[in-house]
Design a protein around this ligand. Structure first.
Ligand code: EPU
Length: 335
């Protein structure tokens, strides 16, 4: 079941070609236990869809790829339905299935790369919705004790693109399944301006969840590179949250600066805009660079190394800091 010296290129959406000393896939908790029994003190890296990962070197340990599948309705009332999905399900396939069944709540999150297991890990979000809005609970395998534990939303302690699994419990649990609470009578969320415009362009006046999904798919396909064609990991950086004073300073120079209110009287800025203003949008450096339609996305046109992309991200961070006094944080996990 465990293979030696395996290229991870097919397993990361950046398409970075590094080797794992050992590699295994698991599609059940029993298989996971068998694989972990062979860990033998090695370093462990758990991957799902590999869509939020930058691999900068060969991995001198055991890489395990979560392939736990299955989507089932486990409970329902007149209004809601609780759907449990295996962590190894492809996120967008799950969204499509929910839409087919007529259950609302995840349609704004269409086409986000990655697997179900990553959705609570980093509280994925797009177009006015975050996973925490539909999250019920998850089951995770505790590496230390070998026990399965259930986490509700409070225990996950969701934040902007993060959860307890990226902070204090980092590396301690493997998410095995996630249960979402969806709506049988969906409320359409078109609060995000671009969706409204897209629905108008599609000439839809009374949108269904399928229409919203289609609008999101259209917007994302225009702005974001398809990882199957151009290697990338979606947003490479987080949108920074800054003090009001700094925001006012930037605004006095750039009237148009996109901004969103954040807690504690702070302001969230668009990292893509800052990177564009720092002159990086669309830059090609050999076979990698910054995407031409969304500067938040770094791309591998083929054959780039992870450390080259990491160095590019470092240059961007430094330039944005020099220009705006804001130090961008990476959203992608660097291994
Ligand atoms: N903008 C620019 N130049 C750019 C990119 C963006 O000026 O190169 C401006 C846009 O014009 C807009 C603002 O920045 O005024 C925000 O841009 P956008 O709507 O594309 O959203 P974002 O804040 O850049 C976030 C998420 C995306 C998500 C979109 C839509 C983060 C880090 N990223 O991007 O998530 O799809 O909102 O909701 O929060 C991802 O996490 O992988 C991802 C793609």
């Amino acid at each position: 079941m465990i293979q030696e010296s395996v290229s991870l290129k097919p397993y990361n959406t950046f398409g970075i070609d590094v080797n794992a000393k050992r590699f295994a896939q698991f599609s059940s908790i029993a298989e996971l236990r068998d694989v972990l029994a062979e860990l033998k003190g090695d370093q462990l890296l758990v991957i799902g869809g590999g869509s939020n990962l930058l691999l900068t070197k060969d991995f001198d340990g055991l890489v395990v790829r979560n392939q736990i599948k299955g989507i089932e309705v486990i409970k329902e009332t007149d209004e809601h339905v609780w759907v449990r999905a295996g962590a190894g399900e492809v996120w967008h396939d799950f969204v499509v299935k929910c839409i087919q069944m007529g259950y609302g709540g995840v349609e704004n999150l269409s086409l986000i790369p990655g697997n179900v297991g990553a959705s609570p890990m980093q509280n994925i979000g797009a177009y006015g919705v975050e996973i925490k809005d539909v999250f019920d609970s998850l089951e995770a395998y505790h590496l230390k004790t070998g026990k399965l534990e259930t986490f509700d939303a409070d225990a996950c302690d969701f934040g902007y693109r993060e959860s307890v699994f990226k902070r204090s419990l980092k590396g301690e649990y493997i998410i095995c399944s996630v249960t979402y609470r969806l709506d049988k009578n969906p409320t359409i969320n078109t609060s995000y301006g671009a969706i409204k415009q897209e629905l108008q362009a599609l000439k839809v006046s009374n949108p269904t969840i399928k229409d919203v999904s289609q609008a999101v798919i259209n917007i994302r396909s225009r702005k974001l590179p398809n990882p199957e064609v151009i290697g990338n990991a979606g947003s490479f950086f987080k949108n920074p949250v800054v003090d009001k004073d700094l925001f006012e300073e930037i605004k006095s120079d750039f009237e148009e600066v996109p901004n969103y209110p954040a807690p504690d009287n702070k302001v969230k800025l668009a990292a893509g805009w800052l990177i564009e203003k720092a002159g990086w949008k669309g830059k090609h450096i050999g076979n990698y660079g910054v995407h031409k339609n969304q500067a938040l996305v770094l791309v591998n046109y083929g054959g780039a190394s992870g450390s080259e992309i990491y160095d590019l991200s470092e240059s961007i961070i430094n330039d944005v800091e020099a220009k705006f006094g804001i130090r961008l944080e990476r959203e992608v996990n660097i291994i």
